[in-house]
Write a protein that binds this ligand. Structure first.
Ligand SMILES: *[C@@H]1O[C@H](CO)[C@@H](O)[C@H](O)[C@H]1NC(C)=O
Ligand SMILES: *[C@@H]1O[C@H](CO)[C@@H](O)[C@H](O)[C@H]1NC(C)=O
Length: 328
């Protein structure tokens, strides 16, 4: 296993410990050269590479570090008083498990982690990243999802973990998917995708969430925020989502209706229904009516539909659903 991969696979213990301040991780990034041996002023053993990075960041003298994996699961952490600067990169010998870091610019999204009791942990969700000062929208690794997620760090203060994107620049994901895929997620987070009901429910177990729906029709944006939402994994991901604010409302959830999530393969799904249809929370007796922002392509057109209680229908050409802590 390569060192950087190992860094990412460390146990996610202490997942609820709060992280250090943003500055702590702001300028420590992986580099392909080792610190000059004579500049190493401290050598300690730790149970995780992340603790070594934390030790360096907490010490103003530390400008670079080397982490070496030991056979017993421990790590030797060498702190250096100097950056190597721009020198010829050297390749680590093949039999060594080392990684080098310097105060040389921000960490890449994959390098962001927080020290935890026994190891380091990735951020739980986009809201935690945003709170830590990360302000670039993009693809990140977070612990609520086994697959990478897209973080919207711009809309209304950012910190949104995307649940869905339709009609974006990379628009090749099919939404005609069975329930299993809707649970696990599909598509590329940088393009059209569905995060997955399981990850969305895990977010809700951590903290109450708001659901924001953005819909664009001819470049005009309509949005609605619902919450705090309840996404009940034990009841076919039944969604309860009271409307909170926005410049449109939509019948995502109507109390009088059955608002479980239906997709091809659902136990209670009408068995005659074609698997060409897309999953959504909806009235099983009125599949064609009401909101379905996952509506599949029909004759080359998106048939996403957003219906307000007043009966107005929007057919957005692009949509995003996103989740964020209710008390962000
Ligand atoms: C969609 O496009 C991306 C980027 O070009 C590619 O990696 C991915 O495999 C494509 N997915 C499908 C379902 O075609
Ligand atoms: C709805 O609100 C958003 C965000 O404030 C705004 O950008 C958009 O123009 C509004 N849309 C309409 C149709 O008023």
């Amino acid at each position: 296993m390569r060192p950087l991969q190992a860094l990412l696979l460390l146990p996610l213990a202490g997942a609820l410990l709060s992280g250090p301040s943003a500055e702590l991780w702001a300028d420590l990034s992986a580099v392909p050269w080792r610190p000059v041996p004579t500049t190493i002023y401290r050598r300690v053993q730790f149970g995780s590479a992340c603790q070594c990075r934390a030790a360096c960041v907490a010490d103003p003298r530390c400008q670079a570090l080397q982490v070496r994996w030991l056979s017993d699961g421990m790590f030797t952490c060498s702190l250096s008083s100097h950056r190597r600067g721009a020198a010829e990169p050297i390749k680590p010998p093949a039999d060594e498990e080392v990684a080098w870091f310097e105060r040389a610019g921000p960490p890449t999204p994959e390098e962001i982690c927080w020290p935890a009791e026994s190891g380091c942990r990735p951020p739980t969700d986009c809201a935690e990243l945003r709170r830590a000062g990360i302000s670039d929208s993009g693809v990140y690794s977070v612990s609520v999802s086994e697959r990478p997620v897209f973080c919207d760090m711009a809309t209304d203060g950012g910190g949104w973990t995307l649940l869905q994107r339709r009609g974006g620049p990379i628009s090749n994901a099919s939404f005609a998917q069975p329930l299993l895929a809707y649970k696990a997620g599909f598509g590329q987070p940088s393009g059209d995708h569905w995060l997955g009901l399981e990850a969305a429910a895990r977010l809700g177990e951590l903290r109450p969430q708001l659901l924001r729906v953005d819909g664009w029709q001819d470049d005009e944006l309509w949005f609605a925020v619902y919450g705090p939402i309840v996404l009940d994994a034990a009841d076919e991901y039944r969604l309860t989502a009271p409307w909170l604010e926005g410049n449109t409302t939509a019948e995502l959830v109507t109390p009088s209706r059955d608002t479980r999530f239906y997709a091809c393969g659902s136990d209670t799904y009408l068995r005659s229904w074609s698997c060409q249809s897309a999953g959504w929370w909806r009235d099983p007796l009125q599949f064609q009516q009401g909101t379905n922002l996952n509506g599949v392509l029909h004759l080359g057109e998106l048939v996403s539909q957003w219906v307000t209680p007043a009966g107005t229908k929007y057919q957005p050409t692009r949509t995003e659903l996103k989740l964020r802590d209710a008390d962000f």
